[in-house]
Ligand binder design. Structure first.
Ligand SMILES: [Zn+2]
Ligand SMILES: [Zn+2]
Length: 408
């Protein structure tokens, strides 16, 4: 088997793994680095099929490019397939508004969705000489680790989270000969999730008891819904705004992916979904607003921050990883963010709560022990060496983008 990373080897973003043997070729993911403009992986090389791990743009953002002159079969869980559509359509809108080079068009997105076969966790199916099986990756609803067997076996984790959360059940290791694993948090461990949630809840309560409002900037996929669950029993007035509302609808209508769909439905019943300008004007009557974008680079969140900027009693609580160069990172590091071209320094309380959906260093090591592979290929990380050191009992590779290598 030959493996080549077209992107996402030594970096967090634009994952694209091409796998080939004598008779067939396929690819796992084809994402972008969500910069301005987005950075694409190396050019698409024709494959028989594409397997999608999950609907984050760093895994799917470049997929429509593959459908411009080709029609490879595309395999994804029903949840991933449904969640992808609004994100890809939004990417086209952003290309238009920002004047970025047009890398794909609406026809490419239609061809992509015309090529989708949905797959169910644990159910194997043949693809060429391979058998493919999806397993839950615990990262966001629908996220998948793909295992391929053709004599020997290879598993690609995509983004991985191994602990249970309010919304999802964590990923369990599956035996495989070759393990291609993400390593976003190599060298770093997370505070226990339960403790983080406890601290977040108590700080939210404190701010509200003192007469303030809490803004929770959130990713549309997974985090918005996780926070809806975290806030459900607190007896607060909670509003949600932005693309998260659309995704919440998809999560409610796609059975088989959440830890408890009925608990999620109940929690969603307690929040007010903001739709349109009028509702947005009145939204600050609520105690808490969960809204996109998660890294403060656009979306309704900026409107709310602008309106509350002078209120020392109010707070911005960030719960997601803030990539370098984003407004969110700037806010944490300097207290300043950019709104409509002007620097703003909110007087609000600003805090970070680590609710990462990526497994920490020790969790990744436990996962590897469960998989018990003969060979490990680390990708999707900037500090992979730290993990490689800790896994020195194994045969570990740290490929770079563009390297092609043989595994058996
Ligand atoms: Zn992800
Ligand atoms: Zn990722």
């Amino acid at each position: 088997m030959k493996i080549k990373f077209l992107g996402g080897a030594e970096e967090v973003g634009r994952l694209a793994v091409r796998i080939e043997d004598h008779d067939s070729s396929f690819m796992v993911d084809y994402g972008v680095i969500p910069e301005k403009p987005p950075e694409y992986p190396m050019p698409y090389e024709k494959v028989d099929g594409i397997f999608v791990t999950h609907a984050h743009l760093d895994h799917i953002g470049a997929l429509p490019v593959c459908y411009h002159n080709d029609r490879p079969d595309l395999y994804a869980t029903a949840m991933t397939a449904s969640s992808m559509r609004p994100l890809l359509e939004d990417s086209i809108k952003i290309m238009d508004i920002e004047g970025y080079p047009q890398r794909f068009n609406r026809d490419d997105i239609s061809s992509l969705f015309g090529s989708v076969t949905t797959a169910k966790y644990g159910e194997s199916f043949p693809v060429g000489k391979f058998t493919a099986t999806p397993y839950t990756a615990g990262h966001i609803p629908g996220s998948t680790m793909w295992k391929f067997e053709n004599g020997s076996s290879i598993m690609v984790t995509g983004d991985l989270y191994t602990k249970d959360t309010n919304l999802l059940t964590g990923a369990k290791p599956v035996k495989a000969d070759v393990l291609v694993m993400e390593s976003t948090y190599a060298g770093k461990n997370h505070e226990e999730r339960e403790d983080v949630v406890k601290r977040l809840r108590s700080r939210i309560k404190e701010v509200i008891d003192n007469g303030g409002k809490v803004i929770l900037p959130s990713f549309a996929l997974g985090r918005t819904q996780e926070l809806i669950m975290v806030l459900a029993e607190m007896g607060l007035n909670v509003a949600t705004d932005g693309m998260g509302n659309l995704i919440t609808g998809i999560y409610l209508n796609t059975p088989g992916f959440l830890r408890s769909r009925s608990d999620f439905r109940k929690a969603v019943g307690k929040v007010r979904q903001i739709r349109g300008h009028k509702m947005r004007e009145a939204a600050l009557d609520n105690d808490v607003i969960v809204t996109t974008s998660g890294m403060l680079d656009g979306g309704p969140v900026l409107n709310y921050i602008q309106r509350l900027a002078d209120d020392q009693e109010s707070a911005i609580f960030l719960t997601g990883y803030q990539v370098e160069g984003t407004n969110g990172r700037s806010l944490i590091e300097t207290g300043v963010l950019n709104i409509a071209g002007a620097p703003v320094r909110p007087s609000m309380q600003i805090e970070f709560f680590d609710m990462s959906a990526h497994a920490g260093h020790d969790d990744l090591i436990s996962f590897v022990k469960g998989v018990d592979p003969q060979k490990i290929i680390l990708c999707h990380g900037e500090n992979r060496e730290k993990l490689a050191e800790a896994l020195s009992d194994y045969d570990v590779s740290l490929p770079m983008n563009g390297n092609e290598f043989e595994v058996n």
